[in-house]
Design a binder for this molecule. Structure first.
Ligand SMILES: [Zn+2]
Ligand SMILES: [Zn+2]
Ligand SMILES: [Zn+2]
Length: 845
């Protein structure tokens, strides 16, 4: 008989790890104890050597689904003569820190109980266990214990408590455990009427039915919850917009197959074309609307339940207004019990729920009131942060929603849905063959927004890093805090363009610093002096006397990609940062950059030639201006018959008709708009130089007549990409001879000639993408010859363009390059803060 002390670090608290150890030890007949420590879990056991070995092996291999083991060390020790195996209570250690689990979707066991009429939590909208449910969004402080969560006001009933205290039970130490007796409830607010229970954690009152109408229905489970959900569903089916309180905030929901409802939601949300996310009850439904391969299916069904971008089937009856001009739909599965109940409230004569799930009997539903797809867009107006608080929702969403489906479990941290893409197929293959996944493998993901289900899961860094706060970018902000070998990248904060989002940013930083016990010793931020995140960082560094590093935007992009691939940075990479905009070290706006980069620094080897950005932000919102800028730079005369010229003329007319009250309207000279643009281009007045590939896409989109103005970021590029003909092999030549400038002028000559000879836009779009991919490969080959480096890292928002990504990857891999692309953090600015932290960590003090 030998003894062993086992020390485990990682995400091992609040994920059912101790009961897992307890049950494993019991099964194997081991004696000793398990306890939480400041940095993880400690175990002491005694047994013969081979049993100890098997035990350590099982700890690793069959750990609970939410656990992430960073390290597992076994030290021999003398046996102690234990008689049982116990879970020992441990006191929290001040200053200790623990990674925290993200929120996870309802697990299969809970889902089965939710629809089991014999279960005591039958149809209870807040059913959860150690393997599922809310975590990060309800935690106020550590250690992760009920009093430090927003479940604190709900005192467990005797039955819940006995499950909570039983190490053999699935709900052992599940902090949000609850039932209809003791836990939160839902209610529906519809004008002055309330349906359901509003208890707000006041556990002394018995639940009150404010507008009881349960006599109309067969009462099952808690009639009040049922009524509220059933009525919400009826409203949705009838075309109304309902605000639904979820896990990380409110959604605005409506029937996605109802064009009037979707149009009304767009009108109220002041959102012209930006796509809405969808929720569908099961993968069978999703497969009717979208092409779906096994990887995509696995990602949809993963515990993170992100929004997955899928290629839309032409025959889908989802309203066109859900994603205008796009050939993809963003779809997710239900992830809370409440979502499942919303989709499943019809029961057949046997009481079976009509819902698709691999574990639950499926009943095809033919009734007209069948709800097959909901728009589930974040509950906010335009670009404000998503609403989380009931009162806040009343104030901010009352003009947007017809009714509110509320609940009384508070959301402590706002957390938007994540948006992910699977990259497992070649573009252009119309009917893709599903590739079977090897067992236990995760699909290769390409995150576009990393938030609910992923944050605050840490990224494990290649090296030990001092405590750093990286403030992140202006748009799609996330911040990043590092400690030891962990980088905690925040949930999606949003665009730091208004007061509410700035507050969310500041509160988020405070919360993470407290939660993970991090006191930054170094501050990092963007080089752009006007970003609110930069100003926050500079103020903070001044007030605390900490060193601050302002980091070039595209350098940070490449460093983020290197870091998530575990590169130590001893060898530089060929960094290809294609982006919308980033402040350059020469004051220009960069975004088409080839950098020889490591964490310490970068050499700007080549970049897209500069062209003026006439009117700054105005040119970003109005791509026709970029088209004329590039034509001007390329020395091509503006032509009234080309789409941007035509549009400019039309605008002058519209301006006059929009201002009919102007006394004596001065008839504008038809050319004045173009004349002032020309002045900007020739003098550079209010027209900073830019090397942005994003703006090059805008120019081509406008020149080909796809988009002259946009109402959300990258719209012109997205719609241009959607048109690209997958079978077109031709490509426009781009000149790379005039180092370091990459001159795209030949593209414009070629496009105009193609337009004049009647080549269709799909072919032009494909030729443009093909030309860019060839240019990337040519420059990479030059850099390999010059520096002997064969690792290429892609980062920046333009790489969200899958056509460009796949074409470039294919060509580079054919040339023997190793290409790194983002897999854990977004390639857009959502991943930037990680790169800022990595670079700051390696700067000389
Ligand atoms: Zn569960
Ligand atoms: Zn209970
Ligand atoms: Zn960027």
């Amino acid at each position: 008989m030998n003894g062993a002390r086992i020390h485990i670090t990682g995400i091992v608290q609040g994920v059912g790890f101790r009961p897992f150890v307890y049950n494993l030890a019991m099964r194997m007949g081991l004696r000793g104890w398990v306890r939480n420590t400041s940095a993880g879990v400690d175990i002491q056991v005694e047994a013969d050597d081979s049993t100890l070995e098997a035990f350590a092996c099982s700890l690793r291999e069959s750990a609970p689904p939410l656990a992430l083991i960073a390290s597992l060390e076994v030290d021999p020790c003398p046996p102690n003569g234990f008689s049982t195996f116990e879970i020992i209570h441990s006191e929290p250690i001040p200053g200790a820190f623990q990674p925290i689990s993200p929120d996870v979707s309802i697990c299969d066991d809970c889902l089965r109980e939710l629809f089991d009429p014999k279960d005591r939590r039958y149809r209870y909208p807040f059913i959860n266990c150690t393997n599922c449910g809310p975590r990060f969004t309800i935690i106020q402080d550590i250690p992760y214990d009920r009093p430090q969560t927003t479940m604190a006001p709900f005192e467990m009933c005797d039955q819940c408590r006995s499950e909570y205290e039983d190490p053999r039970n699935r709900r052992f130490h599940a902090q949000p455990v609850a039932c209809a007796e003791c836990g939160p409830h839902v209610w529906l607010e519809l004008g002055d009427m309330e349906i359901g229970v509003r208890r707000l954690g006041d556990r002394n009152d018995s639940p009150q039915l404010l507008t009881p109408n349960s006599q109309l229905l067969t009462p099952i489970s808690h009639p009040a919850n049922r009524d509220a959900i059933l009525e919400s569903r009826k409203l949705l089916v009838s075309g109304y917009i309902v605000a639904i309180k979820g896990l990380g905030g409110f959604h605005l929901a409506c029937d996605a197959t109802n064009p009037e409802a979707v149009a009304e939601l767009r009108r109220r949300k002041l959102r012209a074309d930006k796509p809405f996310a969808l929720m569908m009850p099961g993968v069978e439904t999703i497969a009717r609307h979208c092409y779906l391969n096994d990887d995509e299916r696995a990602l949809l069904e993963s515990p993170q339940r992100p929004i997955v971008l899928l290629q839309r089937r032409p025959e889908s009856n989802i309203a066109a207004a859900v994603a205008p001009g796009q050939n993809t739909l963003g779809v997710m599965l239900p992830y809370t019990p409440l979502h499942y109940l919303l989709f499943s409230l019809d029961t057949d004569s046997h009481g079976f729920p009509r819902i698709e799930n691999k574990k639950i009997r499926v009943h095809p539903c033919s009734s007209a009131s069948h709800l097959s797809a909901l728009v589930m867009t974040s509950g906010n107006l335009s670009e404000e942060p998503i609403a989380t608080d009931n009162e806040e929702a009343h104030q901010r969403l009352s003009d947007l929603a017809d009714a509110f489906l509320m609940h009384d479990r508070e959301i402590h941290v706002r957390c938007d849905d994540s948006v992910i893409r699977v990259r497992s197929y070649e573009l252009g293959v119309k009917n893709r063959v599903a590739q079977p996944l090897p067992p236990n493998s995760q699909p290769a993901i390409y995150p576009l927004r990393r938030s609910r289900g992923y944050a605050p899961y840490p990224i494990v860094l290649p090296r030990h890093t001092p405590p750093i706060l990286a403030a992140g970018p202006e748009l799609k902000n996330t911040f990043c805090l590092t400690k030891d070998r962990y980088a905690f990248i925040s949930h999606h904060i949003g665009d730091l363009e208004n007061y509410e989002t700035l507050r969310a940013f500041e509160e988020g930083i405070e919360h993470y610093e407290r939660l993970f016990r991090i006191e930054p010793e170094i501050i990092a931020c963007d080089l752009h002096p006007d970003y609110l995140a930069t100003r926050y960082a500079i103020d903070r560094a001044q007030n605390t006397n900490l060193p601050i590093y302002q980091i070039q935007h595209h350098h940070a992009h490449i460093a983020a990609c290197m870091a998530e691939h575990g590169l130590t940075g001893d060898e530089p990479v060929i960094g290809v940062s294609f982006d919308g905009a980033g402040y350059g070290d020469d004051g220009a706006i960069w975004g088409g950059e080839f950098l020889l980069a490591d964490y310490r620094g970068y050499h700007r080897f080549a970049h897209l030639a500069y062209t003026p950005l006439p009117g700054g932000d105005k040119a970003i919102k109005e791509p026709w201006r970029m088209a004329l800028s590039w034509l001007h730079t390329a020395g091509i005369a503006w032509d009234d018959e080309l789409p941007p010229g035509k549009y400019a003329k039309l605008q002058v007319g519209m301006w006059a008709s929009e201002h009919p009250l102007t006394p004596n309207p001065q008839p504008l000279a038809p050319d004045s708009l173009l004349a002032s643009l020309h002045l900007q281009l020739t003098t550079g007045l209010n027209a900073p130089p830019t090397s942005s590939i994003g703006r090059l896409f805008d120019a081509v989109s406008a020149l080909t007549g796809v988009r002259q103005t946009v109402n959300y970021e990258a719209q012109a590029a997205i719609e241009l990409e959607a048109l690209a003909d997958p079978d077109e092999m031709g490509g426009y030549q781009i000149s790379i001879d005039n180092s370091p400038f990459i001159n795209p002028a030949p593209i414009f000559h070629a496009i105009i000639s193609d337009l004049r000879t009647g080549v269709n836009i799909s072919a032009i779009s494909a030729r443009f993408h093909n030309g860019l991919a060839r240019m990337v490969t040519e420059v990479a080959l030059v850099m390999r010859r010059e520096f002997g480096i064969h690792v290429v890292a892609f980062s920046g928002g333009v790489w969200q363009n899958m056509t460009l990504l796949y074409k470039s990857l294919t060509l580079l891999e054919k040339e023997g390059f190793e290409v790194l692309i983002h897999e854990k953090t977004p390639t857009n600015d959502g991943g930037l803060s990680l790169g800022q932290a990595m670079i700051a960590a390696r700067q000389p003090v």
